[in-house]
Design a protein. Structure first.
Length: 577
């Protein structure tokens, strides 16, 4: 049995299901309901992790009725342990009582935290496993809700260890807030009392409760209050005055946005409330403006890191609203385009400043973070099919302003990822938009050529940094080339242009390698090209590798070399002098 439990703990889901089928008769015998709780305790004490897995799949081999009976049996077992503990504390003599305890209660006591926490976790797992059948049987659900609602206050009073409090709180989220007023009325108060830097596990379950109860509006009001307290004198409905905690507010909001169940509850709110929250998050942009222009380390309670995070959440939340409210798609997309204009006019100049006397280097670092954040959001926006041609064109225009600058090399991996997503999105578009797609892909081709030129310049001006750059872009470049191969039939000119630029760069750098013994750039590019093109048996519409190598070795024939350069569309920086 120990071997089976160990396998159950670590093995895959299909194997775990088969193991549960083997063990179900031993730990959940249908004809012996009186031993279910005792077997459950024994299983927890033998292997708690295996016990969780066992009861996670138990509903596949037992009826919902029996699962519900097991939940109530565990509840009765816990109640007996609690009553026994209370009796012992009142009488001060527990020896005579212990002699009369049942076999089940002899296995553990309230002080056995591991067993208690295990039983509470099993109740939560079992409840989740029969959630749908319970929703279809209101009478059975009401019965179970009443049973557990009557004991939850006692559980909170008796069990103080975090291992027990967490499953009890999850259990409370399954019960209507009106049935447990002593707990539900204090959730907002507990969230308000937490401090900046609180671990996620401390507040996550409480936020889950509010979502399940449909009380998310209360926490959104708290989030808005904490972010805007130092900016405006908003009317606060909560009576007492509290310290502003923008970092914690962003923690709460990010948790809601990144969990699917909570995000669904969040986006189901009215558009007015969501737009209000979006406007509140936009203050992160104002804080960044203040810091970059004036060097002020704090703007209305926002420090630099908090402002960048608020800006990131603003962009990500805009994408979710863009997807949620299709009728208002253009408004949210225009807002993101305006962010790009703001970055181009306000952020980019500071990012491109050279390190001169009196230059604020931290300001440049913040500018870099803002630009990277925006590029990541734009990449994701295009990847999910929400960025139209105009948006993609404006993004390429912004990228073209960045690429030739000395500090732009840190953004090249992200720019390659953006080019990959634009090509993928273009291939998935309707053939009706061929003209727009062709123009966009031509711009992609030009942008890719600029990226190659920038990498070569970096390698030649600062060799060590150039080598690090090549290693950092290797994966992104390989993915881009792989996607471009799909254009060979639909957009052959784009395919030929990109491959020609890539191969021409390889040829020229191989020539430099033979002369200057600088091989890193050429070998890595050649590796990517060889794997993605030749092993895939793709017909390359450029000169063959062997001929290229021969021409490099016998490169004294200058007219033939120049003809090769012209036919391969070599970027200006590749021309051999």
């Amino acid at each position: 049995v120990q071997h089976l439990l160990t396998r159950l703990e670590i093995d895959t889901r299909p194997v775990s299901r088969r193991l549960v089928n083997l063990l179900i008769g031993s730990f959940l015998p249908i004809s012996q309901p009186e031993v279910w709780c005792e077997r459950c305790v024994s299983l927890i004490q033998m292997n708690a992790s295996a016990a969780r897995t066992f009861y996670q799949y138990a509903h596949e081999y037992a009826s919902p009725t029996n699962i519900a009976k097991l939940m109530l049996a565990i509840r009765n077992c816990l109640n007996k342990c609690i009553q026994q503990q209370l009796k012992e504390s009142e009488s001060g003599d527990g020896h005579s009582e212990k002699e009369n305890m049942s076999v089940t209660n002899n296995l553990f006591s309230v002080d056995d935290i591991c067993s208690m926490a295990g039983l509470l976790e099993i109740i939560v797992i079992l409840w989740r496993s029969i959630q749908k059948p319970l929703d279809g049987n209101k009478e059975a659900k009401n019965h179970i809700v009443q049973k557990f609602a009557s004991v939850l206050p006692t559980y909170f009073k008796i069990f103080k260890d975090d291992r027990c409090v967490s499953p009890i709180t999850i259990l409370a989220s399954f019960i209507p807030p009106t049935a447990i007023p002593t707990f539900s009325c204090g959730v907002i108060s507990k969230l308000k009392k937490m401090e900046n830097g609180t671990a996620e596990k401390k507040y996550s379950i409480l936020l889950d409760c509010l979502c399940r109860w449909g009380k998310l509006g209360h926490i959104l009001e708290l989030i808005c209050d904490w972010i805007t307290t130092n900016q405006t004198q908003r009317r606060v409905q909560i009576q007492e005055t509290d310290e502003s905690k923008p970092e914690l507010a962003l923690d709460y909001f990010e948790y809601l946005l990144t969990r699917s169940m909570n995000r669904h509850c969040l986006l189901s709110l009215s558009r007015e409330k969501l737009n209000e929250l979006l406007n509140v998050l936009e203050c992160g942009k104002d804080a960044l403006d203040s810091y970059i222009r004036e060097g002020n380390p704090e703007y209305c309670g926002f420090y630099q890191a908090t402002a960048v995070r608020a800006f990131s959440l603003y962009c990500r939340f805009s994408i979710h609203l863009l997807h949620q409210f299709v009728s208002e798609k253009q408004n949210y997309l225009s807002a993101l385009e305006k962010l790009g204009t703001w970055i181009e006019n306000s952020i980019l100049p500071h990012f491109l400043l050279e390190e001169e006397e009196g230059y604020l280097k931290p300001s440049s670092e913040i500018s870099q973070l803002v630009i990277q954040t925006y590029l990541v959001v734009c990449k994701d926006l295009i990847a999910v099919g929400l960025g139209d041609f105009e948006f993609q064109a404006s993004l390429l225009n912004l990228a073209s302003r960045i690429i030739y600058r000395r500090k732009s090399f840190v953004l090249i991996p992200m720019l390659l990822s953006i080019l990959r997503e634009i090509v993928k999105a273009s291939l998935a578009c309707d053939i009706v938009n061929t003209d727009c797609i062709t123009e966009l892909l031509n711009n992609v081709q030009k942008m890719f050529q600029k990226i190659l030129e920038s990498m070569v310049l970096r390698l030649r001006s600062r060799k060590e940094e150039g080598i690090q750059l090549i290693y950092s872009v290797q994966e992104h470049l390989g993915e881009f080339v792989h996607v471009v191969q799909s254009c060979v039939l639909i957009f052959p000119a784009v395919y030929q242009g990109i491959m020609s630029s890539l191969l021409a760069g390889v040829v020229v750098e191989m020539n430099c390698s033979l002369k200057k013994k600088v091989t890193c750039f050429a070998l890595l590019f050649w590796k990517i090209f060889y794997i993605k093109s030749f092993l895939a048996e793709t017909k390359v519409h450029v000169i063959s590798p062997m001929v290229c190598l021969v021409l490099v070795i016998f490169g004294t024939c200058r007219p033939l070399w120049n003809q090769l350069m012209r036919s391969s569309r070599v970027p200006l920086c590749f021309v051999w002098s």
